[in-house]
Write a protein that binds this ligand. Structure first.
Ligand code: ATP
Ligand code: MG
Length: 366
């Protein structure tokens, strides 16, 4: 019995720099994958960032947020560029991304860091250390010290000027990110490491206590704890020990950048931002790359892999997601490389051709 066709509405936010080039590739990949898996996509393209500023005067038009909220998932290309860095007095295009995250209430940021066997030489680490790394950082995105109050400037009792911030986490904030992390670990290697500073910080003590409490709902996932200073060190000396890492906003900011550099290739790394209900936001971790925009040089694989995350974590379509990941590996195995990951002996291709090769890997033309 054939499974009935599933329908999903996807909001595409291609916008600035290389965004349109990489989104166009990812859209074709989703469409072909869908046709083989009994999935039908309705795509709605909306403006955001610098392009939206030029068009409407704001970086996140109301219509764009509404379309995003009403869809099943959102796929974003990139935001920002030289043009707006210079002239905008009031709004920066990047504000659009913050407003979008806030509007979609996406509190969980998932960033995988995977060292592909084909690209192990791109890693900043020694081959023996880098080989086989496949980890995921789950970062709390809407709480902690970046948002905690009180914050500001003042003076202390000696009349010295001070700046201060507050690390605050409420039980519900920890519980919901913990559940996302346990669910994520469950779809991966069933090992979760919670990173905190519970020897010094009260917010971290509550964090650890709540993560332990939630772990009783996930007896199949093995939980461990690590202090953040140790975790930063372990990530570069023995990253293979990690499967899924859960941590707060500020530690996750730092550790996810550290983890991504283990792979050495910014053009390959996807990300997902998830809320409790409602659509998730999926985007490559790289920016708009204005230096290569419009030249057909961008690596589209980070966005293609973001589309794979969209299927897995956003829609629960794990088989379709796997099909895309396999196709990306196959494309690399066949030697195709964009400039950012090129090494001698391989075939140098542009953004469009890389996209065509991924399509060929998904459905070989005989
Ligand atoms: P952000 O917008 O997050 O501030 P950024 O300006 O720090 O980002 P990027 O726009 O990501 O940085 O670009 C950094 C460098 O990496 C540039 O030289 C850019 O050309 C390159 N780069 C980024 N993404 C890609 C890609 N998909 N393919 C090839 N090169 C890329
Ligand atoms: Mg930039």
């Amino acid at each position: 019995v054939a499974t009935p066709t599933r329908h999903y509405i996807i909001t595409l936010l291609p916008d600035d720099g290389i965004g349109p080039e990489v989104i166009s590739v990812a859209k074709n990949v989703l469409q072909l994958t869908g046709s083989l898996e009994g999935i039908e996509f309705g795509f709605k393209e909306m403006p955001v960032g610098g392009a939206a500023l030029d068009l409407t005067g704001v970086p996140l038009p109301e219509e764009t947020l509404l379309a995003a909220k009403q869809s099943d998932a959102v796929l974003l290309g990139a935001i920002g560029g030289y043009k707006w860095d210079k002239n905008q007095k009031h709004f920066k295009p990047e504000i659009g991304l913050l407003q979008l995250r806030e509007g979609l209430k996406v509190f969980a940021n998932l960033r995988p860091a995977c060292v592909l066997p084909q690209l192990v030489d791109a890693s900043t680490l020694k081959k023996e250390v880098a080989e086989g790394v496949d980890l995921m950082v789950v970062r709390e995105l809407t709480g902690g010290i970046y948002f905690g109050k009180p914050r500001g400037f003042g003076t202390n009792e000696n009349g010295d000027e001070i700046g201060f911030n507050t690390e605050v986490y409420a039980t519900y904030e920890i519980d919901r990110i913990a559940r996302v992390a346990f669910e994520t670990a469950r779809k991966r290697g069933r090992k979760l490491c919670s990173v905190d500073k519970a020897n010094v910080l009260e917010a971290s003590m509550l964090w650890r206590q709540r993560v332990m409490a939630i772990s009783s709902e996930y007896p199949d996932v093995e939980l461990s704890h690590m202090y953040v200073d140790n975790a930063a060190m372990q990530l570069v000396c023995n990253p293979k020990q990690f499967d899924t890492i859960i941590t707060n906003n500020i530690f996750g900011d730092i550790l996810s950048d550290e983890a991504s550099m283990i792979t050495g290739s910014i053009g390959l790394l996807p990300s997902a931002s998830l809320g409790e209900a409602g659509p998730g936001l999926f985007e490559p971790i790289h920016g708009s790359a204005p230096d290569i925009a419009g030249q057909d040089k961008a690596n589209p694989l980070a966005t293609v892999l973001s589309a794979a995350m969209l299927l897995k974590y956003g829609l629960g379509e794990e088989k379709a997601s796997q099909r895309i990941e396999t196709a990306v590996l196959d494309t690399l195995n066949r030697g195709f490389r964009t400039g950012d990951i090129y090494s001698e002996g391989n075939k140098l291709v542009g953004c469009k051709d890389m996209g065509e090769e991924v399509l060929n890997s998904i459905s070989p033309k005989i």
